[in-house]
Every structure is written in structure tokens, then in C-alpha cells.
Design a protein around this ligand. Sequence first.
Ligand SMILES: [Zn+2]
Length: 196
Amino acid sequence: MQAQTKVSDLTADQTKADAEVAAVRARRDRDQTRLDSGQITNPKDLQSIQNEIVALDRRIGSLEDAELEVMEELEAAQSELALATDALASLDARIADEFSALEESTREIDASAEALLAERGGATERVADALLTLYEKVRKTHGGVGAAALRHKRCEGCRLEINGADLREIAGKPSDEVLRCPECDRILVRTHDAGL
Ligand SMILES: [Zn+2]
């Protein structure tokens, strides 16, 4: 993340600035100690060390100004990072919410698909049972042939041609409806060449 990089860069800058200030300050303290010790008596040396202390103080001042600037920038970058982190966290939370809502819908769809399949299975069994019962019943009373094909307008059970009105009625029935021959009452099975 960009804000993260900025914070680490500025943290490194601040550490460097701290070290620079500390180094210059240590040197100034050494000079001051030498000056205070009274061991330097040569006026030229005294002047030179005093000049250096003045120069070091100036240097410390400007380093501290720079350090302050870095600190201010770092604080700004840190609040920017905090904002970005919050935004990211709320985005994560939203994604998690939407994901669980999606999972919930998926579970609901799965459950209703399962229920529909079970219902369909039951219905198929009931239809198959009813048809089988009918077939057995018709077969017993029709010389062992319970169902016959409808081919070329003719029932292949009783071999009779079916009249136009009955054919039109048959043609209008849904393809999954169980038909009966109007002549012999057998179950009539439509073929591709039924002649409808
Ligand atoms: Zn028939």
C-alpha cells in the first residue's frame, strides 16, 4: 500500500535525522567539556573551539527544524494510513457480508431444488403406478394386449381405422396424456407415423 510505504520511508528519515542531531550534539558536548576543563589556554585555540561551538549550535538548530518537518509529515502520513486501513477494513466487512448473503441464497436455492426434485420423483412414481395398473387391467380384458401403437390412423390392437373426428381429438391431446383407442379401449401409443 502506498500510504504504508510513505510511513516506513518517513520513519526511516526520522531515525536518520535523530542520529544526525545526536552526533552533532555529542560533538558540541565534547567541545564544551574541553572548554570548561580549563586545559585549553592558548587564546587562538580557545577562539577556534568557541567558533566551532557556535557553528555546531547553528547546525543543531537547522537539523532540528528538518527533523520537525519530517515528524509533521510522518504524522500526516500516519493518519492517512489509518484512514486507508479503516476503509479497507470496512470494504473487507462488506465483502464478507455479501459473500455470506450469497452463500445463504445458494443454500436456499439448493434446498428448493432438492424439494422440487423430490416432488417430481413422487409425481413420476404416481403416474407410472397408475399407468401400470391401467395397463394390467386393460391387458386382462383384451386378450393379453393392453397397449397398441397408432400407425397410419389405425389402432394396431383392434386393427380398426380411427375416424376423422377421433383422430382430430387425439391430435389435440398433450403428448404425455394417456390415450385410449375409441374402438377397443386399449391404451393407444402415438408413433411418429401415426397419421395425425
Ligand atoms: Zn383399438
